[in-house]
Write a protein that binds this ligand. Structure first.
Ligand code: GLC
Length: 418
């Protein structure tokens, strides 16, 4: 009898394209940035060399300025839009020109800490560390050149939470594309009711048009972008990654690196504190064009726990908020506050549960001395996957698996929880 454990390993193997795992066959046929960070941790539970390889191949797509792209197009495929012809970034391998939440330093440290083969892990880490440092320098130089302590996100895809209701207001200002023909492939693989709307895609692609016109120059992109948000998710994940990078710098870097990383940590921690929303009982993102907070509760609002950016009092309030959300659904954590009219239990980041987000939130509650809530989220996440399978995401009202099947990062999280 095969167990789900075996099935999770088999999914990672089936999605392996020779050293990197696609998120799932057909729907996402390339290497994705934050998916690969989670997937590396999943591989590490049974094949450490393969786990390090996942990271090495992701870094093959890193730009000279330090950017780690959202997508690395290692091999051509007609199954996905927008492909390299839309991005028009002439590199080998071709990549997208945007990024995704920086989980990588955290994953690399996790691999090192959990390594059974320590000498091999240390050798891998020594090679990877300079790339991680360069990437974190890119975040500050490209996305926080004024050193505010909050990095700017220029595209919903960069948040990893593409159609979250948190971006509705800011996206209302973004026009639809006039120069790129949209040839969506996702809705031929998946029920359109579970995917973003056509208009969302026209706006997503307009942003790509703007950045292509800015020739992918970070300063020009920042100046030209009609979308600029301080995403609480990305900033929390980056702050957490800075903590992990600091620990790595103590072994693989030098005191100058440590001072530099420490200064960024101090700035980010203070800046994330300004995203606290006492009335909603969690953190929210900020629209950097209007300057206004985006007062919509999303699962990203719990991630400052994972980023080590919260006070004990805030963590206690967030545990109450989480318990309240959970009384409206069956399976935590919904990606949007289930009490809101914008909550849609089937539509992608507007309601469904995502295992990777649960893993980070549970880790955050555990670190903030709320082990009961951490255990509840972990057990429910495992139970959800055991009931519904290795789906891309899940309906929080009934636990049904939705989106793509045989998903790499869901398999990885299952292996880490099991
Ligand atoms: C979707 C998700 C994103 C993920 C990608 C690949 O675009 O919104 O977070 O990285 O799929 O799984």
């Amino acid at each position: 009898m095969t167990t789900l454990h075996d099935a999770a390993r088999a999914t990672l193997r089936a999605n392996d394209r020779g050293g990197y795992s696609v998120p799932t066959a057909r729907l996402y046929p390339f290497q994705w940035n934050w998916d690969s960070a989670f997937v590396a941790m999943g591989w590490a539970t049974f094949d450490e060399p393969r786990a390090w390889q996942e990271i090495t191949l992701l870094l093959r797509g890193q730009w000279e300025d330090g950017l780690i792209p959202q997508i690395i197009f290692h091999a051509p495929s007609d199954d996905y839009f927008p492909g390299p012809d839309v991005w028009q970034i002439h590199r080998t391998p071709p990549t997208s020109g945007n990024t995704q939440p920086p989980v990588l330093a955290t994953a690399a440290r996790w691999l090192l800490d959990h390594a059974r083969d320590k000498p091999a892990a240390e050798a891998e880490m020594a090679a990877i560390y300079p790339h991680l440092l360069r990437n974190h320098r890119w975040w500050e130089a490209a996305r926080d050149p004024l050193h505010t302590g909050l990095v700017t996100t220029l595209h919903p895809w960069e948040t990893g939470m593409d159609n979250s209701p948190a971006w509705d207001g800011a996206m209302a200002r973004v026009p639809t594309t006039t120069s790129t023909v949209i040839r969506r492939r996702d809705t031929s693989h998946i029920d359109p009711a579970m995917r973003p709307h056509a208009e969302d895609y026209q706006k997503f692609i307009h942003l790509v048009d703007v950045f292509r016109d800015a020739e992918w120059n970070p300063a020009a992109m920042l100046a030209a972008s009609p979308l600029r948000v301080a995403d609480v998710g990305t900033n929390s994940i980056l702050l957490r990654a800075e903590h992990d990078l600091l620990a790595l710098a103590q072994r693989f870097g030098n005191p100058v690196d440590e001072a530099e990383i420490g200064a960024r940590i101090a700035r980010m921690r203070a800046a994330i504190a300004t995203l606290w929303d006492a009335e909603l009982g969690l953190f929210t993102s900020r629209d950097l064009i209007s300057g206004e907070p985006i007062r919509i509760g999303t699962s990203a609002g719990f991630l400052p726990l994972y980023g080590r950016a919260t006070t004990a009092a805030q963590a206690a309030i967030m545990s109450v908020t989480m318990t309240d959300w959970n009384s409206h659904i069956t399976w935590p954590v919904p990606s949007t506050d289930p009490r809101l009219p914008s909550f849609e239990p089937l539509r992608y980041w507007r309601g469904p549960v995502w295992a990777v987000v649960n893993w980070m939130i549970a880790e955050g509650f555990a670190a903030a001395s709320h082990p009961g809530l951490a255990t509840l989220i972990r057990d429910k996440t495992k139970g959800l996957i055991e009931t519904a399978g290795l789906s891309e995401y899940f309906d929080p009202t009934n636990g049904r698996g939705v989106g793509g099947a045989d998903f790499s990062w869901t398999a990885a999280i299952y292996l880490m929880l099991a």
